[in-house]
Ligand binder design. Structure first.
Ligand code: PLP
Length: 420
């Protein structure tokens, strides 16, 4: 469900005509629907209300402060993966007891900072990291909560770049090693191993991989219990898939119905870390058609948004539905929608049957709310796009477009270089 719909032949976001936004803020432009965002969060919260989990929105999916603030105000926590994301979490006043921190490569400075700020816990991804957090905690004279990220070795059935729970992936600790660590937990006197964490991948449309992973971890929890090792938290990660094309992902309710019985048996406090599910369909990228180029073999819509604005098609071969802001009737033709960047990988859509759209018209790249702006860059010295949020009939600019000065703000020409 999302609030981007045609009314009288024009695409609207909630009560606002998207064309008006394109004219006012120019393109490329990210447009978010506040109510779609919150609705997805509440759907998940409602589906799991029986166990009242802590829902930690995954900041990396879309880390705009306004998005974070909107979710935190509704009671969400945040799942962070860097010191920069901790900085953002604090900027929006997220209570520290609702922040969890995963990443295979946390630096000493990041660990220190997160300890000082008293986040709920770290999701620890290796034995050397565990030792390091213990060492830093000792130095700071603190006792620190950590959860072990388990690599359950399950196939998430998604794109190979976004599967994270196979034993060949860099994430988490295998069950056998985790068992050893828990038996030797006295070797980490400055840590309290308070939970387990799994995050098996992203854009997962079925419940089977989750069930497999949760079942493995649940059996492990039971084994630990017999040895007198009692945990408090089970963090089942994120990864819930959404509709980009013809996927039929599980709904929040169906997902909850499937995994709740397993979770209830463990009797642990549950944490969820959804990113894409909450924000994916709450955003679109609006682009203007600069040229319609016909070659002997192909038709290209050359638009003013490129892979620097939305990289998912280029790196994952991801499908995004592309529609004109003004509904066009009549015949359809195959075409590629491409950006202005000097790379053949710079496309937003390939071999799509699209209606005949004129130069100067606008296109909406649907489902661009997650891993859109947050993965954007200044490649080709392009200014990153502006972002606006629509709340019913109100529009708020939540990030202005980069200025040219922003592109060179941190660069310096060494004096000694001149006249060499
Ligand atoms: C990226 C990530 C998530 C969110 O994944 P989605 O597919 O966007 O739900 C959750 N947990 C961890 C540890 C992650 O790295």
């Amino acid at each position: 469900m999302h609030e981007f719909k045609y009314k009288h032949g024009e695409l609207y976001c909630e009560n606002i005509k998207v064309r008006d936004l394109a004219l006012r803020f120019e393109t490329p432009l990210y447009v978010y629907s506040y109510h779609t965002l919150i609705d997805h969060y509440l759907k998940l919260k409602d589906a799991f209300r029986k166990i009242e989990p802590l829902i930690c929105y995954s900041v990396k999916a879309n880390s705009n402060l306004a998005i974070l603030k909107a979710l935190v105000d509704k009671g969400a926590g945040l799942d962070i993966v860097s010191g920069g994301e901790l900085f953002r979490a604090q900027k929006v006043g997220c209570p520290v007891e609702r922040i969890v921190y995963a990443s295979v490569g946390k630096t000493d400075a990041e660990i220190k900072d997160a300890i000082r700020k008293k986040i709920l816990f770290f999701n620890v991804e290796s034995l050397p990291e565990l030792r390091n957090i213990d060492r830093i905690a000792k130095k700071l004279g603190k006792k620190i909560n950590v959860a072990i990220r388990i690599n359950p070795d399950v196939e998430a059935k998604t794109h190979k770049y976004i599967t994270t729970g196979k034993i060949t992936n860099k994430f988490g600790i295998d069950l056998k090693s985790a068992h050893k660590i828990l038996l030797l937990r006295d070797e980490f006197p400055n840590l309290v191993i308070c939970g387990l964490h799994i995050h098996i991948g992203s854009q997962i449309t079925e419940s089977a991989p989750y069930i497999a992973a949760i079942a493995k971890v649940s059996a492990f929890v039971a084994r630990l219990k017999k040895k007198g090792i009692i945990l408090k938290y089970l963090n089942i990660g994120g990864g819930l898939g959404i509709i980009y094309n013809k996927e039929t992902p599980q709904t929040a309710k169906k997902f909850a119905d499937k995994v709740l019985p397993l979770l209830e048996k463990n009797n642990l406090e549950v944490i969820l870390e959804p990113g894409r599910f909450i924000v994916g369909n709450a955003g679109i990228l609006v682009a203007r058609i600069l040229y319609v180029k016909n070659t002997p073999k192909k038709k290209f819509y050359i638009v003013d948004a490129g892979m620097n604005d939305l990289i998912r098609p280029a790196i994952y071969g991801a499908y995004h539905n592309v529609i004109p802001l003004k509904e066009v009737k009549g015949g359809r033709e195959k075409a590629d929608v491409v950006g202005p960047i000097c790379e053949s990988g710079d496309f937003l859509a390939k071999e799509r049957k699209l209606p005949r759209i004129k130069e100067g018209e606008y296109l909406a790249v649907m489902g661009s709310g997650a891993y859109g702006f947050s993965m954007s860059s200044n490649y080709n010295s392009r200014r990153r796009p502006a972002e606006v949020m629509v709340v019913k009939d109100k529009v708020y600019m939540i990030r202005s477009r980069d200025a040219y000065d922003d592109l060179v703000r941190h660069e310096k020409i060494p004096f000694a270089l001149m006249g060499l």
